[in-house]
Design a protein around this ligand. Structure first.
Ligand code: AMP
Ligand code: ZN
Length: 112
């Protein structure tokens, strides 16, 4: 499958690793929107949040377990934001589900 984030998770395209386990890979966003900006993905290909179901939701649980580990490892004690963009209106540009973990600045709400 020609998927950018599958290739990154497989190490076929270089990235800067932040966290890795058997189900999850996290790496630095190439165009950071905050001083700390990680992309967290399940290693299994899921195209988007609209395709989460009982067959793959354990991969999504693993992503959120990784969020807590990364936040602890990186001392994100002032807080952080986790963002998923889904589909065209959601602003999704890569068709492998991913979660942005943004931190180390005050993040506006609501987003634009
Ligand atoms: P989204 O717009 O939610 O689909 O987010 C895709 C994110 O992937 C963007 O923040 C991009 O900067 C990031 N991105 C795209 N290509 C790469 C890459 N090769 N390495 C790291 N991050 C990337
Ligand atoms: Zn993929």
């Amino acid at each position: 499958m020609d998927c950018l984030f599958c290739k990154i998770a497989a190490g076929e395209i270089p990235s800067t690793e932040i966290y890795s386990d058997d189900k999850v890979y996290a790496f630095k966003d190439i165009d950071p929107q905050a001083p700390f900006h990680a992309i967290i993905i399940p290693r299994n290909h899921i195209s988007g949040a609209d395709k989460i179901d009982s067959s793959n939701s354990s991969d999504i649980s693993a992503v959120f377990e990784a969020v807590a580990k990364i936040a602890a490892d990186q001392n994100l004690d002032k807080g952080f934001r986790v963002v998923n963009n889904c589909g065209e209106d959601g602003g999704q540009t890569v068709g492998h589900i991913h979660f942005h973990l943004l931190a180390r600045r005050n993040l506006a709400w609501p987003p634009g």
